[in-house]
Design a protein around this ligand. Structure first.
Ligand SMILES: [Zn+2]
Length: 303
């Protein structure tokens, strides 16, 4: 056994133990507590469980919702009861060793780049389209480093003015504190917002896709959503020009997504230039634990 990964989300905390071939040999899932003290205790208990099975001292990587400010060490997270609390430091103090703590979307991106759909590619952009929107950039199997921890917050790039204006889309306050972020329109709730805007009905993504067969307004809502996502994808292309873009999260399960987004991305790209291959993430939602565990090994090699 070589590393422990923990997926720390708003509803569950899953610990996974990995062997030398990166197979998950045991996993344990508990509910995410509602108070900060209980949250720290639950994570510490998961690490203690993994230590008992694996022998103490393996590198621990935690993939968690939200961000940790490198300047203060405090958490910025809407989904965990840890807002403005020094969560990584409190966990480290309790378990008595350093841990690697990374954003869950970045962990998923790293997992896909190393073990999943992007395996073997030199440069991989990961984009998670779920309840929230985020991701990460991986070069040669390592996440791009940064000073602020906000790299990968693709969902909080502003949505493009030309599409907003042409379709009279709502420019609303995002949960991050900014206005008009991509996330407000291209996340799962964002797609429902698009459905309401074009059809007048609060359709879930699933119902909107079903409605496309009979309802031209539903088709328009979907097409504009694809154009919006394509603008986010072309932003990644213009920034990084990756070999592939791996798409994960709940929206990645929509049938035909890659074809529709590839067409929209081709329209968004400069005339005559190629687009990267779009791939659907191979790992499940819990594969962030593997990405975090892998990052923990990388951290230990660099110490
Ligand atoms: Zn935002």
């Amino acid at each position: 056994m070589i590393a422990i990964g923990i997926d720390l989300g708003g509803t569950k905390i899953e610990a996974q133990i990995f062997d030398a071939s990166w197979a998950c040999i045991d996993a344990r899932r508990v509910e995410t507590p509602k108070s900060y003290t209980a949250l720290v205790a639950a994570v510490v208990d998961q690490i203690a469980w993994a230590d008992r099975l694996s022998g103490a001292g393996l590198p621990v990587g935690i993939a968690a919702a939200g961000l940790i400010s490198p300047a203060t060490g405090l958490a910025f997270t809407a989904n965990l009861p840890a807002m403005n609390m020094p969560l990584p430091a409190d966990i480290e103090a309790a378990v008595g060793r350093k841990i690697t703590y990374i954003n869950d979307c970045r962990a998923l991106a790293l997992s896909e780049a190393v073990f999943g759909a992007g395996r073997g590619k030199a440069s991989v952009a990961g984009l998670i389209l779920g309840t929230g929107v985020g991701g990460g950039l991986a070069i040669n199997g390592a996440l791009t480093p940064g000073i602020s921890a906000t790299g990968g917050e693709f969902g909080h790039i502003p949505a493009p003015a030309h599409l907003i204006k042409f379709h009279n889309l709502p420019v609303i306050a995002c949960g991050c504190g900014r206005m008009g972020c991509f996330e407000t329109l291209v996340s799962g709730p964002g797609l429902t917002r698009m459905a309401r805007h074009f059809t007048g009905h609060d359709l879930s993504p699933k119902l909107l896709i079903a409605a496309k067969t009979t309802n031209a307004k539903a088709v328009l809502a979907w097409d504009v959503w694809c154009d919006l996502v394509a603008e986010l994808l072309i932003t990644l292309v213009f920034t990084m020009d990756p070999n592939v873009i791996v798409i994960g999260g709940g929206m990645a399960k929509i049938a035909g997504l890659v074809d529709d987004l590839s067409r929209a991305l081709s329209r968004a790209q400069l005339a005559g230039f190629a687009i990267p291959e779009l791939l659907i993430a191979q790992g499940g939602d819990a594969s962030g634990a593997r990405g975090a565990a892998y990052a923990a090994i990388q951290d230990r090699m660099h110490v």
